[in-house]
Design a protein around this ligand. Structure first.
Ligand code: ARG
Length: 456
């Protein structure tokens, strides 16, 4: 088969090298956006008088025909990539006039355009999926404003909190991810089309028109930058890594909470698996798998950053390495968010176990210290006194609420009967009314704010 670029060659390609250089096995994902880009380019060429009416009509019909038969095409390695495969198919369909489509265009600006268009669609889909996850989080939070649970630092019981507060912490992480994706779209919706191979073109093209036809918001002002910029990809891979990092943290907590030792959550059967040997097992496989897949998403970011390192201007074949990592990341992160959403939506929180946990620990120690402060004792001193009381309890196998007044007064004479209600974990949560705190009223306000963000 002769190459579309075969004019200056006398020998045919090495079969192994040809297969090594080809990207068609993976860049066929770009077929639909490639046709879209070609259509806009051809229309602009026609409007600028570069293509004649009948040429434009034939090319337009041919491209539209290829779009409707997209699933049936068979591509060849010999045609290297999706751009040349589609050009050959167009030629088979409409004859030599197809060759005019590539006027004032190079595969360098073509592939960059395709990637911008593909990423735009994906980032939109990922944003929608994250919004759905956030909405499920708010629904679960709504049910659990008054569910108290232990709050942790260093994975040690710290202070009791509202479960809704814990869940909403993740809402805000995903909110920042959505903000980052929205900002990423500004760089994605920028047109490289018409930059040519690197230097622009002698034809009287209108880059703003083709950008407008494709729904881009702006046009790269420098043709060298247009064809060699992959910042928008790296930025996306970084955001996707952050989304996975957030998911992996939530997954880790779910895995711990689903253990028998914690018993804070029951995952639905639909999002759990059994063991082939141990009949009693119900494993949080999907949370583990999402946690695990975070690794490959980070790998794609590091891999492609390294590919781009020290590349001279403008296009270099190295840049063909952008696609597999991006496609893999896109699939992984979108599926992870969707699976995770189903898992959270169908999970049951064990409210009694959560509450019981707060009764059997020292997470009310801060309440006792704060109580002493209200009696005029400096906080440092109060901290020391409570520390001694906790040690006494540890040595005597009880909790702070179990100490009688007589014992309390050996720690400090100002401790009176009014201390006991404050040691109740529900009170400890309710009283944290500061903005952004875990108090029930503060959490209700926070939930309202979260819903407002979702509505926008
Ligand atoms: N398949 C190539 C890529 O993905 C398309 C651009 C090739 N341009 C070139 N001059 N070899 O990057």
């Amino acid at each position: 088969m002769t190459k579309l670029w075969g004019g200056r060659f006398t020998e045919s390609a090495s079969a192994q090298a040809e297969a090594f250089g080809a990207s068609i096995t993976f860049d066929q994902k770009l077929a639909s956006v490639d046709l879209k880009g070609s259509l806009a380019h051809a229309q602009m060429l026609f409007e600028q008088g570069i293509l004649a009416q009948d040429e434009w009509t034939q090319i337009e019909q041919g491209l539209k025909q290829l779009e409707t038969t997209l699933a049936d095409h068979s591509y060849t390695l010999a045609d290297e990539d999706i751009h040349m495969n589609l050009e050959r198919l167009l030629t088979e369909q409409i004859g030599p006039v197809a060759g005019k489509l590539h006027t004032a265009r190079s595969r360098n600006d073509q592939v960059a355009t395709d990637l911008h268009l593909w990423m735009e669609q994906h980032v939109e889909a990922l944003t929608t999926a994250l919004r759905e996850l956030q909405s499920v989080i708010t629904e679960q939070a709504e049910q659990h404003i008054e569910t108290v649970m232990p709050g942790y630092t260093h994975l040690q019981r710290a202070q009791p909190i509202s479960l809704a507060h814990h869940l909403l912490a993740y809402f805000w992480m995903f909110e920042r991810d959505v903000e980052r994706l929205t900002d990423n779209q500004k760089r994605i919706r920028k047109s490289p089309l018409g930059a040519g191979a690197l230097a622009g073109t002698t034809f009287p093209i209108d880059r703003f028109r083709s950008a407008e036809l494709l729904g881009f918001e702006s046009v790269y002002p420098n043709s060298l930058d247009a064809v060699s910029d992959r910042d928008f990809v790296i930025e996306y891979l970084g955001i996707a890594s952050t989304v996975m990092m957030h998911l992996s943290r939530f997954c880790e907590e779910i895995i711990i909470w689903a253990s028998q030792e914690f018993g804070f959550i029951e995952l639905s059967d639909a999002f759990s698996t059994g063991s082939s040997m141990m009949p009693q097992k119900k494993n949080p496989d999907f949370a583990e798998l999402i946690r695990g897949k975070t690794g490959r998403v980070y790998g794609n970011l590091m891999g492609f950053l390294t590919t781009m390192k020290a590349l001279p201007l403008a296009y270099n074949k190295d840049m063909q390495e952008d696609k597999e990592g991006v496609f893999d990341t896109a699939d992984t992160v979108l599926q992870s968010v969707q699976i995770f959403t189903g898992m959270i939506e169908s999970a049951t929180f064990k409210t009694e176990a959560l509450k019981k946990a707060t009764m059997q620990d020292f997470s009310n120690a801060t309440e006792l210290a704060d109580y002493l402060v209200t009696k005029g004792i400096p906080f440092r001193e109060a901290h020391e006194i409570v520390g001694k009381a906790v040690l006494y309890c540890v040595q005597n196998g009880c909790f702070l609420k179990d100490l009688n007044l007589e014992t309390y007064q050996t720690f400090h004479p100002d401790i009176t009967e009014d201390v006991y209600p404050l040691l109740d974990p529900v009170q400890a949560v309710a009283r944290r009314t500061s903005y952004g705190g875990t108090g029930f009223a503060a959490v209700s306000e926070q939930l309202e704010l979260a819903k407002q963000h979702l509505a926008n």
